[in-house]
Structures are given as structure tokens and as C-alpha cells.
Design a protein around this ligand. Structure first.
Ligand code: 3PG
Length: 215
């Protein structure tokens, strides 16, 4: 299954998905390089701007070694466009039956978003085993995922929303959390300012925390 390969990458590399919104493909490529220098493996470019799809395309063409995905996918069309742009994984903030069905036909890992137990069960019924937990901070945080361990031990989660260097350890210490995601490494203001060295520094600091955890 394609998700098994993604899960293996979470073990082999820093379990961090950098979620970024870019205003131009050029910014996307510069960002990807700044992250790669620090050792980041996963980059999720959101489709919140018109530049998102072309940024994914150019990063795939110009930067090797990163796993570049597409995020904020809200419709089957956006999923199709993201795959065509070369996205190596796909993420939605939520999950409707239409999205779950559409993505199940693809050969690309898809992380549907859930915030409740019923949503997690719906995704599980469709065969999904790795779910985005969003918005993690407002939906019960690490304590919520800890409860899910006994209820649905076969599910893995990627919490995002309010994750940062102060709380990522709480999440990554949970056995059902395989990676965490968020914008704290590459927030919009640093991207817009082109402060790539600050982004590299944030990525390095985050990886240092994650690699110090027993996993
Ligand atoms: C996402 O799409 O995963 C979120 O926007 C990330 O949330 P954050 O900005 O609070 O990290």
C-alpha cells in the first residue's frame, strides 16, 4: 500500500511536515532548498494561493531529495491537479465521503483530515490508516490522540494546527503519532521576506528536538 511507504519515510527521516503557503513558484523552490539544507524531508505546499500547484511542479523539477506534497485539498479537482503537478503526498483539512472515495483510487498517499472520533471511523471504514488531526490544538491536543490509542489502535496520526517547538515532543512521544506538521518553521512572514536562513535555523532547531526523543 502506498501509505506504508509514506509511514516508512516517517521513520527514516525527521517526522516533520513543513506546511507552507507561497506566493510564487520561485519562493517555493528557495524554501525547499532552505529546508533541505537543514535535513527536512517532507514539505507540504498548500493550495491556498494560485502559486501552489506551479510551486510543487517546480520544486519537483529543481530540488531532489525532498518529499513534496500538496495540502489544503478541498475538492476532487484539486486532488487531481495536485497529482498532475507531481505531489508525492496529499493532505486535506477535513474529509468528505467524496474526497475519501476519490483519493482511494490514487497511487499517491492521502492524509484525510479528522477532528472527531466519528470522522476517524469514517476514514478508517474507507481503509485510511494515517490521518491528519486538525486543528490539533483546538480539538483536544495530545490528550485526545492518547485516548484514541485504545479505541482505534490501528490508526496513525499527523497532528497539525498549533504545533510548534514547545509542544511537538508531547505529540511525537505518542505511539500513534508518526509525524507532526505545521507552519512554525516556514511562516508566511519569513517566506514573504525571503529570510531563508531564518527558516533553515528553525528547521535545524526543530529537527534537534525531534531527534532527541525516544521513538
Ligand atoms: C495546516 O494546514 O496544517 C495548518 O494550517 C497548519 O497549522 P499551523 O499554521 O497552526 O501550523
Amino acid at each position: 500500500m502506498v501509505i506504508d511507504h509514506f509511514l516508512a519515510q516517517c521513520t527514516a527521516h525527521p517526522p516533520i511536515i513543513v506546511v507552507a503557503t507561497v506566493d510564487s513558484p520561485t519562493d517555493g523552490v528557495s524554501l525547499a532548498r532552505a529546508l533541505q539544507v537543514a535535513g527536512i524531508h517532507f514539505l507540504e505546499i498548500t493550495l491556498r494561493t494560485n502559486a501552489g500547484l506551479e510551486a510543487i511542479h517546480q520544486i519537483r523539477r529543481e530540488v531532489s531529495g525532498l518529499c513534496t506534497g500538496a495540502g489544503t485539498l478541498r475538492s476532487p479537482d484539486e486532488i487531481t491537479q495536485a497529482v498532475a503537478a507531481g505531489a508525492e503526498f496529499l493532505v486535506s483539512p477535513g474529509a468528505t465521503p467524496v474526497l475519501l472515495k476519490h483519493a482511494s483510487k490514487l497511487d499517491v498517499p492521502y492524509l484525510p483530515g479528522i477532528a472527531t472520533i466519528s470522522e476517524a471511523l469514517s476514514a478508517r471504514e474507507m481503509g485510511y490508516r494515517l490521518l491528519k488531526f486538525f486543528p490539533a490544538d483546538l480539538s483536544g491536543g495530545a490528550a485526545f490522540l492518547d485516548h484514541l490509542k485504545s479505541v482505534m489502535p490501528d490508526l496513525n496520526f499527523c497532528p497539525t494546527g498549533g504545533v510548534n517547538t514547545n509542544n511537538l515532543a508531547e505529540y511525537l512521544m505518542l505511539s500513534n503519532v508518526v509525524c507532526v506538521g505545521g507552519s512554525w518553521i516556514a511562516p508566511a512572514e519569513l517566506i514573504q521576506r525571503g529570510d531563508w536562513s531564518a527558516i533553515t535555523a528553525r528547521a535545524t532547531a526543530t529537527i534537534a528536538i525531534a531527534s532527541g526523543l525516544p521513538r
